[in-house]
Structure formats: structure tokens, C-alpha cells
Design a protein. Structure first.
Length: 571
């Protein structure tokens, strides 16, 4: 009986059924029975097991041609079912309203301009459809928040469900890598867009991705390579999912919620996933939390290595901080990367100047008054855990994976030689900037167009879900992926300048909240995601957004014990 009630049993059957549909053994209409069966289980299983089943099943939720929407995702029904089951089974506790955090109030406030923007939208139906999509996912938030706050058993169930999702997502990515060892990229491209994509995202997106996509990296003097994207429709979504898993498993691993060996292995896989996705925006965004880690490390080591007693160590630390700022934060870094390899003697000549400047920078940065001022500015507890060792080891592991990832990428060119027709198809795909945009607009051009739109429509924007209007395209271009390539600009153009500010304020407040709780690894994750939002909007991909909602809900009700582990402290 326990075997029948186990969510892992049903997850196994899910995978088998979906593979049978892709192989043509079962008709596509079987997805209705499949989705209905999972909804039935979510309602009648105990909440703990229902959580595991939903979170593990979410990545492989099929698309249901339902209610006029050929891409209606099954997870929408599952979340609604889980929400109703939670409300009915825990009604006395549900009716007790929790104390909301400041970032939760900001999120609620963001909904006001979003709803009002529908009044000025060219196509209110498109905006309402997008709003219902987001609200549908947000129904998961009170469920996770309430249950995670109640007991550690529910937190464990959430982690087990996410672990199942991780196995599926990275397992599919591994399958993609293996396939291109035996098939050409052209065969892989059309096989995946014609088989798997319609099952999970609908026939329309399958046709779009059969023309062009973000699945390949192109080089002037070499054949294209595959950018892993797993179960997602694009490689950027897979990269962002991998970021959540990378930092998440490291965090809970050092809290001893899972074995550190498992955390280490999953961190390696996640790091490789980020690099093999070919999403350069995620790589660049990682430099900001890396710089924050460097600063925290200097602050922590200042007390253990006084300047007067250990001048060599102080100089080294100063150089690290200075170069981190110079290369990763300031615009000078870009110029240095371009010029220094060809001007080796100049590099040697200015090294001494950098050494002296780094030493002075270290003295200023680690001055007790400066440190105290920074702590007071964000209200960090004086004895908060800096977790420098865990954070530094995470970034070291991440960057050490780059050489291995480079080797693996070199083996993703597919098997066989491209025919002339296949080469033309790849060239056509390369010249299309985005799968949803007709013209080859650069990101800068799109950002400028977005800023001009905000200037013309500062109060309520062009209407939620109507971004296509900004680019003088049909409104439904937004459904096919047309965006500002910047989450904050995207929200500001659709719902007004104030809405964009609220979106920025949400991530800033979430970052400060994590710091105030002494949760530095989650704070680094928030910073990483917030910076990446400057160049993309894939956080709103349904599978990624579900993981983000779970992360925020757990963060809002944080109760992980340290189990005696004591990281270095800021003093």
C-alpha cells in the first residue's frame, strides 16, 4: 500500500507515459488522463506527499489543448488543485493571517499598477491572460509558506520534491548531450522541436522553435555547438534554474539538511549546467555576488590578520579586493581585458602601482568605522554569520568547472557533417536575433525603445502583456517571447514607471532581508538573479518561476538550524 501511495511511484509512471506519447505508442490525447490522474492524487494524498509529487512533476507538466489555449500547461490545474486541498484540509490554520514581510508587501503593491494598466492596454485580453498566468503560479506561495513555517517535515517534503525535479531536469540535459554524440545537430534540432516541445509547450511554439531558437552557439570559423536547455524551451531558462540549484544545494548542504557529498555533486552538475547552457549573462552576473563574497572575506579576515602584524597578508587581501572592483565592477575592467594580453610589459609596469593602490584600498575598506557604517546601513546583526568559507568555496568550485565545461562544449557539435541545406538552415537561425522578433534589434535598441515608451507612458505603461506594442509589433508577439530583455524595463513599459521601481525594490528588499537574517548564501543568490534580470526576463518562465516562488516562500519562513556549524562572523 505504501508503494502505491509513494509519490515516486507515480512520478515513474509519469515519465513512462510521457515517453510513450513522444514515441507514438500512446496518442497525444492521453495527456488529459495523465493530467487528471495527477490532479486526483494531489487532492487526496496527504499534503506532505502531494508537495513532493507536484514539485517533482512540475518540470514535465504537459501542455493541454484546453479552453481555446493549445499550450495550457497541466501544472496550472495541479497548482489550483493543491491550493484547494491545502485550503480544505488546513482551513483553521489557513484563516489565521501571517505577519507579512516588507518584500511581500512590495509584491502585493506591485499588483496594483499591473491591474490598472489593463485599463489602457491595446489588448486587455492579452494582459489578463498574462496576469492569470502569474496569479496561478502565485497560488503556490501561501501553500509553501504556510506548510514550511509549520514544521520541518514539510520543509523536508519540499526539498525532496525539488530533488526529484533536479534529477529530471539534469537527466534530460544529460540525454541531450548523449544524443548529439550520435546524431547531427540538425537531426537533434528538428527531432526535439517536433517531438518534445509540442508535448510540453504546444504545437505553436514547436513550429516557432523549428525555425529558430537559442539552442546553439555560433562561431565565425567553426561549426555551431549545442547549448544545453533540458526540458525548457530556451537555454537561458535552464541556466537560471541551474543557478537556483547551485546556490540552493550549497546552502542547505552546509545546514546539513542534505549530505555535503550530495550537495557537492549537485553543485558540480549545476555549475556545468550554467556553463553548458552558453548563457553568458548568467556568467557575468555571477561576478557581482563574487565581489560581495570577496568583501565579506576581507571583513572577516581583518580581525584575524591585523594590518600591523601581518602586512603581507594585508597586501594580498588588498590586491584581491582592488582587482575584484577594478575588473568586475568598474568599466576599466573591460578595457583591461582587451588591452592587457597584447601589452604584457605595460601590465608588468603597472603591477606595482596596483599593488600600492590595493594596499591603500584595503586599509580604507577594512577600517572599523567604514565596516560599522556598512553594517548599520543594512542593519546586519553585529554577530551575524558571514559564511565566508562556504561562499568562497562555492565560487571557487563554480569557476573551476569552466575548463571542464569548455572541454565538454567542444564535443557538442553533433555527429556527421552538415549538408548544404542544413548549413543554410543554421545560418538562417543564426541571423534571427530572437525566436519571437522579426527584425534584428539589438538589446541596446530594445532598451532605448523601452525607455522611450516609459517616457511616453510613465503612469500605467502600454498595458500588462502588451509589450509587442513597444516594438511596433502585434500584441501577440509578447506571447512568442518579445520582451525588453530586462525584467525591470519590461515591467515598467507594461505597467508604468512606478511598477518598475517596485520590481527593483522587491529584489533589493529581499536581498537586505536575507542579510539581516544572516543568510548570506541566499542573499548572494538574490543578487545573482537580480543582476541577471538586467539582461533577460526568463525568470517569468513557468518552470523557473515556480522554483523562485518556492525559494522566496522558504526564505520568508526560514527555520533551518545550524546543527553546530559555526561559520566566521563579522565583528
Amino acid at each position: 500500500m505504501s508503494f502505491v501511495r509513494s509519490p515516486w511511484t507515480w512520478l515513474f509512471f509519469e515519465v513512462v507515459i510521457l515517453l510513450a506519447i513522444v514515441a507514438g505508442i500512446l496518442p497525444h490525447s492521453a495527456v488529459y488522463i495523465f493530467a487528471g490522474s495527477i490532479a486526483f492524487l494531489l487532492f487526496f494524498l496527504p499534503l506532505e506527499q502531494a508537495l513532493v509529487l507536484f514539485l517533482a512533476s512540475a518540470p514535465i507538466a504537459p501542455a493541454l489543448p484546453l479552453l481555446g489555449f493549445e499550450s495550457f500547461a497541466a501544472w496550472r490545474i495541479w497548482i489550483l488543485t493543491l491550493f484547494i486541498a491545502w485550503f480544505i484540509k488546513d482551513r483553521p490554520k489557513v484563516l489565521v493571517l501571517p505577519k507579512l514581510t516588507s518584500f511581500e508587501w512590495i509584491a502585493i503593491s506591485l499588483g496594483i499598477p499591473v491591474v490598472l494598466s489593463l485599463l489602457v492596454a491595446e489588448d486587455p485580453t492579452a494582459g489578463l491572460r498574462k496576469l492569470l498566468f502569474i496569479v496561478n503560479i502565485l497560488l503556490l506561495y501561501p501553500v509553501i509558506r504556510s506548510l514550511a513555517q509549520r514544521s520541518a517535515a514539510y520543509v523536508k517534503a519540499i526539498l525532496r520534491g525539488l530533488f526529484g525535479a533536479v534529477i529530471i531536469v539534469f537527466g534530460v540535459a544529460l540525454i541531450q548531450y548523449i544524443i548529439v554524440q550520435f546524431a547531427s545537430l540538425f537531426e537533434f534540432w528538428h527531432g526535439w522541436s517536433g517531438g518534445f516541445i509540442p508535448l510540453f509547450y504546444g504545437e505553436k511554439l514547436g513550429r516557432v522553435l523549428s525555425e529558430s531558437n537559442t539552442w546553439f552557439s555560433y562561431y565565425p570559423d567553426a561549426p555551431p555547438t549545442l547549448r544545453l536547455f533540458s526540458i525548457f524551451p530556451d537555454s537561458h531558462s535552464f541556466a537560471l534554474f541551474s543557478i537556483f540549484i547551485l546556490v540552493g544545494v550549497w546552502w542547505i548542504g552546509f545546514q546539513q539538511r542534505i549530505s555535503r557529498l550530495l550537495a557537492f555533486l549537485l553543485a558540480i552538475v549545476s555549475s556545468l549546467g550554467i556553463f553548458l547552457s552558453g548563457s553568458r549573462g548568467t556568467w557575468i552576473a555571477a561576478l557581482v555576488p563574487f565581489t560581495i563574497v570577496t568583501f565579506l572575506g576581507v571583513v572577516d579576515l581583518r580581525n584575524r590578520f591585523p594590518l600591523k602584524k601581518y602586512p603581507p597578508i594585508s597586501i594580498i587581501l588588498g590586491m584581491i579586493v582592488f582587482f575584484s572592483f577594478l575588473l568586475f565592477i568598474s568599466p576599466v575592467g573591460f578595457l583591461l581585458f582587451l588591452s592587457l594580453p597584447e601589452h604584457f610589459f605595460i601590465w608588468v609596469g603597472i603591477l606595482f602601482l596596483f599593488l600600492c593602490a590595493g594596499f591603500l584600498f584595503f586599509q580604507i575598506l577594512t577600517h572599523h568605522k567604514i565596516t560599522s557604517l556598512i553594517q548599520k546601513a543594512v542593519h546586519i546583526p553585529p554577530r551575524a554569520e558571514a559564511v565566508f568559507i562556504t561562499a568562497a568555496s562555492l565560487w571557487l568550485l563554480f569557476f573551476l568547472m569552466f575548463p571542464l565545461a569548455s572541454f565538454l562544449i567542444s564535443n557538442t557539435r553533433g555527429a556527421g557533417v552538415l549538408t548544404q541545406d542544413e548549413a543554410v538552415a543554421f545560418e538562417r537561425a543564426r541571423t534571427i536575433f530572437d525566436i519571437s522578433e522579426v527584425s534584428n534589434r539589438s538589446r541596446i535598441q530594445i532598451w532605448l525603445a523601452s525607455l522611450e515608451s516609459i517616457k511616453q507612458n510613465p503612469l500605467l505603461g502600454v498595458g500588462f502583456g502588451n509589450y509587442g506594442v513597444v516594438l511596433n509589433q502585434p500584441v501577440d508577439a509578447s506571447r512568442r517571447g518579445a520582451s525588453a530583455h530586462n525584467l525591470y524595463l519590461d515591467i515598467a513599459t507594461e505597467a508604468g514607471f512606478f511598477a518598475g521601481l517596485l520590481a527593483l525594490a522587491f529584489f533589493l528588499d529581499l536581498f537586505v532581508y536575507a542579510l539581516q537574517k544572516g543568510l548570506f548564501l541566499p542573499a548572494f543568490l538574490v543578487a545573482w538573479v537580480a543582476i541577471y534580470n538586467l539582461v533577460d526576463v526568463v525568470l517569468l518562465n513557468d518552470r523557473v518561476f515556480i522554483v523562485f516562488i518556492v525559494f522566496v516562500a522558504i526564505l520568508a519562513t526560514y527555520r533551518f538550524p545550524t546543527h553546530g556549524y559555526q561559520a566566521p562572523r563579522i565583528s
